[in-house]
Design a protein around this ligand. Structure first.
Ligand code: ZN
Length: 54
């Protein structure tokens, strides 16, 4: 399953979530520290995979 990195806008906590694409599309991600839904996705892992030359 893909891994998604998030940064919480409320407390600044960075965390990683492993979930299916359908769960990701549902957008139900909350900070595990403060339980806020105000999170931003970090694209670092995603870019390193897709920018690979074939
Ligand atoms: Zn938080």
């Amino acid at each position: 399953m893909p891994t998604y990195e998030f940064l919480c806008s409320q407390c600044g906590h960075e965390f990683t979530v492993v979930m299916s694409f359908s769960e990701y599309q549902a957008g139900k991600v909350a900070c595990p520290k403060c339980n806020s839904g105000e999170v931003k996705q970090q694209m670092t892992t995603f870019i390193s995979k897709t920018s690979r030359k074939s």
